[in-house]
Design a protein around this ligand. Structure first.
Ligand code: ATP
Length: 365
């Protein structure tokens, strides 16, 4: 079973909410649609579920075009959150509820409740009502309710958004395990990158109705394909620093001039040799990759500490030298004081280069 979207488009009047997206979700794969508010995630999911008609393009389930099928004939399970349990029904009744409309025999319903209960380890609480459950148990029941119809695929819209932080953390792991056991194509919509990074096999990062990158969680973080993905994924945000290329040696050592007149050599991807001296670029470096030196060293950027935010084991320092803001994360033991002048080194191989068209410049691997 697979989900395929081909040039899928949705327009609301003059607004293009989803703009010709192509996407495949493999059998058993968990794909997260991740992006800022209003980028078209929910609309995409609703078109897969059949709750919204596509303006153009196709939705294929198991290779079959389903654009004209009503939601219930598509046999997909869409759940808006894992939380809406009926308070007066027992866990077993809550689980069975979606099956009543299917006109199944009592024996079949009992069998399915038993199966789901076993998968989600609910056997000990089947007779309780939601009020008698711990939060995590409620969530497991709600997951059970959305999978009991044994649909061909699962669609979840911000499933954890109503939960407090601690429970979210627990549920992320739990849901991931359940989805792996179920082995159905699954699409999860979220604007929470941590949720996507932890639960997904692949992430599709969306912006303005388009998909900017589809890749593994590791790659969207380590190998962003453009400036938007680089800035969107990762907390604190990647530093994105405008610079001008002065020259490079062919092996990836390039000299860059920064606004304000400083220039330094940085080891970057050898593909930098494709650019001519004078090219405008944006250098991307994660706050944990910049190195703070108290004393001036060759090829470092002088700056001033603006604000220091202790974060427990680490410290987040905000730097500003009048030309740019930079964020640096260091071990908490590194002494940092607001107003101090420091020097930032760009260690070899961790700086991404984005060209003027906002695409990453990288050698083919
Ligand atoms: P959020 O995380 O805020 O839900 P989203 O990425 O899921 O955002 P969508 O809900 O898919 O985004 O909305 C995409 C765009 O389409 C938005 O600009 C939204 O205002 C618009 N939109 C969604 N549904 C409708 C509708 N029924 N009529 C008109 N415009 C709509």
């Amino acid at each position: 079973m697979t989900i395929e979207l081909k040039k899928l488009t949705k327009r609301f009047g003059t607004l293009t909410a989803v703009d010709a997206i192509d996407l495949n979700v493999g059998d058993g794969e968990v794909l997260c649609l991740l992006g800022p508010s209003g980028c078209g995630k929910t609309t995409t999911l609703r078109m897969v579920a059949g709750l919204e008609f596509a303006t153009e393009g196709d939705v294929l389930l198991a290779g079959k075009r389903v654009n004209d099928l009503a939601p219930r004939d598509r046999n997909v399970a869409m759940s808006f959150q894992f939380y809406a349990l009926y308070p007066s029904l027992t866990v077993a009744e809550n689980l069975a509820y979606p099956l009543y409309a299917e006109k199944l025999s009592a024996a079949e319903i009992s069998k399915r409740v038993a199966q789901v209960s076993k998968t989600l380890q609910l056997d000990g609480i089947l007779k309780r009502t939601p009020g008698q459950l711990a939060e995590g148990e409620k969530q497991r029941v709600a997951v059970g309710r959305s999978i009991i119809r044994d649909p061909k695929c699962f669609l979840f819209d911000e499933p954890l958004s109503r939960l407090d932080v601690q429970l979210r953390e627990e549920m992320r792991g739990e849901i991931k395990e359940v989805l792996q056991d179920l082995s159905r194509p699954t699409v999860i919509v979220t604007h929470d990158q941590l949720e996507a990074l932890t639960m997904a096999d692949r992430i599709a990062v969306m912006r303005d109705g388009r998909i900017e990158q589809v890749d593994t969680p590791h790659n969207v973080f380590q190998r962003p394909s453009n400036l938007f993905v680089a800035g969107f994924i990762g907390t604190p945000q990647m530093n994105l620093v405008p610079a001008t290329l002065k020259g490079s040696d062919g092996a990836g050592i390039a000299e860059f001039a920064f606004d304000g007149g400083q220039a330094l050599k940085i080891q970057v991807d050898p593909a930098v040799s494709q650019l001519s001296p004078g090219a405008k670029v944006t250098l991307g470096i994660r706050p944990r990759n910049l190195e703070i030196c108290q004393d001036p060293v060759e090829d470092s950027l002088s700056t001033k500490i603006d604000m220091v935010e202790p974060m427990g084991a680490e410290t987040l320092a905000h730097m500003n030298d009048g030309y740019r803001d930079l964020r640096v994360v260091t071990d908490w033991r590194v002494p940092l004081a607001e107003g101090d002048h420091v020097h930032l080194r760009f260690p070899p191989g961790v700086t991404h280069i984005f060209t003027e068209d906002e695409q990453v410049l990288r050698s083919a691997t």
